[in-house]
Design a binder for this molecule. Sequence first.
Ligand SMILES: [Mg+2]
Length: 408
Amino acid sequence: MNRAVFLIDMQSFFASVEQQRYQLSPGEPLVVSGDPSRPSGVILAACPIAKQAGVQNGERLREALLKCPSLTVVPPHMQDYIDYSLQITELLEDFTDRVEPYSIDEQFLDVSGSEYLFGSPETIALQIQEKIMEKLGLYSRIGIGENKVLAKMACDTFAKKNSRGIFTLHKNSLSQELWPLPIEKLFRAGKKMSRNLRLRGVQTIGDFAAMEAEQVRSIWGIHGQVLWMNAHGIDYSPVALNTLGGRKAIGNGMTLPGEYAEEEDIRTVALELCEEVCRRARKSFVTGNTVSLGVSGTEGGFHRQRTREEATNITMEVFQTVTELLELHWDGTPVSRLHVSLSSLSPDNGLQLSLFEPPEVRTGRHQLGFTMDKLNEKYGRTSVMRASSLLKKAQAKERAAKIGGHYK
Ligand SMILES: [Mg+2]
């Protein structure tokens, strides 16, 4: 498997949190309903025991009580669910920083590269399950695949139904595992699209996968094409870094070989730092709204930030904000250290769009950054550089040499 992506889903999340709040045993049936005193209220969540008795989400409380008279009915406590959700994210971040909350009770995780620390993907999944149970008392199910679509389908279609609550959907076994399933089981197919597909004789995911790509595109356009790729287990969307609360930042600092007093020299180095910060942001598929600049020397310094209207990971845009900060706050005293960071991070939607649109649709500068990164990765850090990095006071070339081509 190229990558190891997990989709972690909490079983009966709201109901399980409530069972703890009211200290009920898992054997006592419980439902969450907007107003427990109103029989016409709707069931928002039901615990597994209530579900076994036939209670369904969305039905009236009155009907649920007929099926299961011993029901405990409680109102929702949204803040509790959010708190639990954040705690789950924190637990998951012990395994990798690549955690993406997908819904309140589902999170994507990319553990590629964590194998050395924690073992095989299935071993990691087991550890995660145990940890969430131990710390929060919640039972989780985990789907594993080499991308988000496979992980999601592994969870919904298989892990939720087997006894371990863990399932790996391998790309090379799709024809046996996934393709016999009804088309409705295809992730993101939706009711309308599924009906549409069935009208054209597509009953199973395999029927859809067997269609010609061009035909799919001509009938259903880009949406159909993406779904068709999903049926083949193809999905390029990255697991974005967790950005809840915007507490993460990407920053890079540099201690200069001497004190710089010329604005031009400081700008040269600042641009190199912006390039590094943005390269790391692009690598993590995130963009940021807030740009910070820290400048210090023997005679003083400052640390200021400015929030841009649009999130970015385009080097020249971050540099523009850094230049503004420099012009506003630098008093002209010599500088020996600079620091640039990007925060208020969010997923790079421009990049996600690349799944649906040809690259030329993306803005040139956005694309340029990725192209430069690719060239540098392939041919070495100094293969493509800004001309300003050839100036005398520039640092990027030297730094690249010093750290063996790896920026850290
Ligand atoms: Mg769930």
